[in-house]
Write a protein that binds this ligand. Structure first.
Ligand code: GLN
Length: 484
């Protein structure tokens, strides 16, 4: 069965002509048709375009020009521009928008021969942690369809976890790749800021946003990252030497690896079952020669409050362009421009998006800029410095990815504050721009727990190498959800 293979295994079979790209695609589309009605990961399945792409990928393979992922199906979070395919950000304000160009990450995936099968659901404009803020429908967790898959890239996480695709793309502003990866029991990687182009990713918090992969193994995530990375003159924050080189991926060793465990990641706000799963994994790694040291990084405690000033501030500015003139539908109201813009934005943006625009505008306003935005930037600097200093003495900073396992959709026990606190462990990597990966490390009450590994800025290769070695040392980590 093609769908259960990893991307590496599938690509290998495609290269050896044991399966054709079209056969692999047909199985993937059949699986989507069969299981997606239960999970609602996809907003749009691009069957016709995928058939055309599959033929080009087959040609690459036949001509001996294929790369390591040629012919592998790929699902894409619906906040990345895909030429000819709808791109909605799960918002009514972009309903019907079909971009005339590809985001750079998409163009790179296409030229490496990956076959885009569709666009996946997200919290509107990537604002959320449960995928319930989608203007269209919530996505369900394959471990239990009554639970949330996490968010905001919930659709992409579920596409991979429910074996509809081997690989998918997400974006991570405060944890949106790593938290859903953790809640769905798969791998999610946020590369160093500037190593994957953000051109064509519909901006949320531009100084924090980063595109990255979801996969079922670290190796697959690493290969996908190498396809996505590279300098892009169209993104002014793109680094010069940004190619992620994964040739040494399997050379990582655990003996003598120095890992910092911030006590702030081990606090009471972490669910006991999550702590137990992590402690169990830590014990297994100690036996492999990993050295753990408890440290204190006090700025971690300020992360959520700081993030919820900076991200909305940037969002309020980025979302100003959705005005009923330049993109998407328009709500006519009276004859004047202001009336039309406010009716369009008032009617077509969802509640959470409007909330953030208001908070962000307030934080940036003349009288409050110093008290909020400027102050938040100072804390951000402190946090980045604190981690940078720690990476001088340690290879990794480790913690749980999410303070809890998957939680019920429509949960009345969870207030907005509880949802925001879910980003507690993932936010530092966005603040500091450093790479961060979530890998499965066991179950708590039958639900997946993710381990978060953070490495220094531009240490992406080393981080992936170490994550690969850790994954091998935790054979109990990877489990499949109980699905049809
Ligand atoms: N959950 C965070 C938020 O709601 C992070 C979202 C993200 O990374 N896109 O903003």
């Amino acid at each position: 069965m093609v769908c259960q293979l990893t991307a590496t295994e599938l690509a290998d079979k495609l290269r050896k002509r044991e399966v054709s790209v079209r056969e692999a695609l047909d199985e993937c589309l059949a699986r989507i048709r069969r299981v997606d009605p239960d999970y609602s990961a996809f907003l749009h399945v691009s069957e016709e375009a995928a058939i055309v792409e599959a033929a080009s990928a087959q040609k690459l393979i036949d001509d001996g020009e294929g790369g390591p992922l040629t012919g592998v199906p790929l699902a894409v979070k619906d906040n990345m521009c895909t030429s000819g395919l709808p791109t909605t950000c799960s918002s009514k304000i972009l309903e019907g928008f079909v971009p005339p160009y590809d985001a750079t990450a998409i163009a790179q995936a296409r030229s490496a021969g990956l076959v885009i099968v569709g666009k996946t659901n997200l919290d509107e404009f990537a604002m959320g942690t449960s995928t319930e803020n989608s203007a269209f429908f919530p996505t369900r967790n394959p471990w239990n369809p009554d639970l949330s898959p996490g968010g905001s890239s919930g659709g992409s996480a579920v596409a991979v976890a429910a074996e509809m695709t081997q690989l998918s793309l997400g974006s991570d502003t405060g944890g949106s790749i790593r938290q859903p990866a953790s809640l769905c029991g798969i791998v999610g990687f946020k590369p160093t800021y500037g190593r994957v182009s953000r051109y064509g990713l519909i901006a949320f918090g531009s100084s924090l946003d980063q595109i990255g992969p979801f996969a079922r193994t670290v190796e697959d995530a690493a290969l996908m990252s190498s396809v996505l990375s590279g300098h892009d003159p169209l993104d002014s924050t793109s680094q010069k030497d940004s190619q992620i080189d994964v040739t040494g991926l399997k050379k990582g060793s655990l003996k003598g690896l120095k890992v910092a465990l911030p006590k702030e990641f081990h606090s009471d706000s972490i669910e006991p079952g999550v702590r137990e799963a992590l402690d169990f994994a830590i014990d297994a790694l100690k036996k492999e020669g990993v050295e753990f040291t408890e440290v204190s990084l006090p700025s971690i405690k300020l992360g959520v409050t700081t993030y919820y000033i900076i991200a909305p501030a940037e969002a309020s500015s980025n979302l100003a362009r959705f005005d009923g003139v330049r993109y998407g539908p328009r709500v006519e109201a009276g004859t004047d421009h202001i009336g039309m813009v406010s009716a369009t934005r008032g009617r077509l943006f969802g509640h959470e998006v409007k909330l953030r625009i208001m908070v962000g505008t307030y934080a940036l306003s003349a009288g409050y800029y110093d008290a909020y935005y400027h102050r938040a930037q100072q804390v951000r600097r402190l946090m980045a410095d604190e981690f940078e200093r720690t990476f001088k003495d340690f290879d990794l900073v480790m913690g749980p990815t999410s303070p809890c396992v998957a939680f019920p959709l429509d949960s009345e026990d969870l207030d907005q504050m509880a949802l925001k606190l879910m980003d507690y462990c993932t936010i530092p990597a966005n603040m500091g721009g450093f790479p961060s990966i979530s890998i499965p490390c066991g179950l708590s009450n039958g639900l997946p727990v993710g381990m978060l590994l953070n490495g220094p800025v531009n240490g992406d290769e080393r981080l992936l190498q170490t994550a690969h070695a850790i994954e091998r040392a935790l054979p109990h980590g990877h489990k499949r959800p109980p699905m049809p």
